[in-house]
Design a protein around this ligand. Structure first.
Ligand code: UD1
Length: 431
């Protein structure tokens, strides 16, 4: 299994291109199931999750074609992918395919809407909490679907005549269930109202793409979304928005090491809460037309308190990375996780590097230390893995991050991007 070795190596400087967002690319790819015409997506990141989803979609009859190889050519990452589901050949999504990635469960929405039925295995994904699917089932029931769960599978059936518009108020904000309801309601008859919908930028990106495909969605980006159902959707071309989690992660790297780095193609409006926190740590954040400049030249890292929340709050997907930054702050910080109940698994690994973190329920208290020291550590989930890399960037000696397949799920060309700005980081392949 590959490992990543990082050696503390001083400030970073230069430019890092920001990739297309994984969390938008995945539901956008799934949206291709809604039409028999081609859906072209540009700025798709090269990630293990994208490849896994291609296999899952192929099983349902989606042909995917990668056009051109643009990484590094224009300074921007990403490539163009054309997906076409001329015919849905299978409405089953088996356990072997779905278990790897939670988002693959989301095929239930478009399959049900287009074919009137779907049988989808309960999902897997990062082990960061129980992550049930009750909200998906209740919201699809609001569109008239009949659903039962049996033997690890969800069996869903639309009423004769197809899904019907309805109204549903999410008791809790769910990004995935909002995506699924949007896709299902787009092909339902009549109007659907989704209340307490997720406002994440990736939901807005998917709604914009569905509208380009002929859907009639309004209110996306607010907590009430209205969908007027249409009878069919057509092909479209859509550019995946920049990855705000990758942006915040590299920003945390620079805040940790010091230096001056331009995050090219990043959009500050997608991560305002995280940028505010960075500024409070004493980091310079400068938004320009081409991206975001992050700099910290001298000066200590100021301690801050963070609470994760649905968008526009501080994203849970940046919690581990910012906690890593705060391990070197000049004082005591607190990080409260409100989205997932088991998302502190990186804490014990950070402790191996010398961090001083105490957990009480959903709150971590981080007492800054002067020095971290390299050690072998284990990546536990996708974003948590990056917290170890960030700590490794300033630790004395060598930090060896094992189980890097987690990183490959969500960070495109990580070692190349960080090496290009001066980090001492390399991947060591398994023999
Ligand atoms: C998405 C993101 C993930 C991010 C998360 C929260 C993708 C591919 N993944 O995950 O990176 O960390 O949003 O911003 O976009 N819940 C239920 N019942 C359900 C569904 C969810 O209780 O049926 C709970 C979850 O356990 C969690 C909370 O709702 O506590 C939010 O989860 P949700 O927004 O659904 O996360 P995902 O869409 O899986």
């Amino acid at each position: 299994m590959d490992r990543i070795v990082v050696r503390g190596n001083g400030p970073l400087s230069g430019t890092i291109p920001i990739s297309g967002a994984k969390n938008a690319a995945l539901p956008l790819m799934i949206a291709s199931l809604l039409t028999d015409e081609p859906l072209e997506l540009t700025n798709v990141p090269r990630l293990a999750d994208v490849v896994s989803l291609e296999a899952i979609l192929a099983n349902h009859g989606v042909d995917s074609l990668i056009k051109g190889k643009r990484f590094g050519e224009s300074g921007m990452s990403g490539r163009t992918m054309q997906l076409q589901a001329k015919e849905i050949v299978d409405t089953n999504a088996p356990y072997e395919l779905v278990r790897k990635m939670r988002a693959s469960f989301w095929v239930i929405g478009p399959l049900l809407a287009r074919c009137g039925e779907a049988r989808v295995s309960l999902p897997g994904g990062c082990a960061i909490g129980t992550r049930p699917v009750d909200l998906f089932l209740e919201s699809l029931r609001a569109l008239g679907a009949q659903i039962d769960v049996d033997g690890g599978y969800v069996n869903a059936k639309a009423p004769s005549g197809g899904l019907k518009g309805g109204s549903y108020t999410f008791p809790k904000v769910s990004v995935g269930a909002t995506h699924v309801m949007l896709m299902a309601a787009s092909l339902a008859s009549g109007t659907t109202t989704i209340k307490n919908a997720a406002r994440e930028p990736e939901v807005v990106d998917v709604a914009d793409c569905l509208n380009a495909m002929g859907a009639k969605i309004s209110g996306h980006g607010t907590s009430t979304i209205t969908v007027e159902g249409v009878t069919s959707l057509k092909g479209a071309s859509h550019a995946v928005l920049p990855d705000r989690i990758e942006t915040g992660t590299f920003a945390a790297c620079v805040a940790m090491t010091g230096g001056d780095v331009m995050l090219k193609g990043a959009d500050g409006s997608l991560l305002r809460a995280a940028l505010d926190v960075l500024e409070r740590t004493g980091t310079t954040v400068e938004e320009t037309e081409g991206g975001i400049r992050i700099a910290r030249n001298g000066g200590v890292i100021q301690p801050v308190d963070i609470v994760t929340d649905p968008f526009p709050g501080f994203p849970t997907d940046l919690q581990a990375q910012f906690m890593s930054l705060l391990t070197r702050a000049d004082g005591v910080s607190h990080v409260k996780e409100t989205i997932f109940e088991n998302r502190f698994m990186h804490v014990q690994e950070l402790a191996r590097l010398g961090a001083n973190i105490a957990i009480d329920g959903q709150t971590a208290t981080i007492t800054g230390v002067n020095r971290l020291s390299g050690a072998p550590v284990m990546a536990t989930d996708l974003r948590a893995s990056m917290s170890l890399v960030i700590a490794g960037l300033v630790a004395d000696g060598e930090t060896e991050v094992n189980r890097v397949y987690h990183l490959d799920r969500g960070f495109e060309k990580l070692e190349e991007k960080l090496s290009a700005v001066g980090a001492d980081i390399e991947r060591i392949g398994s023999d």
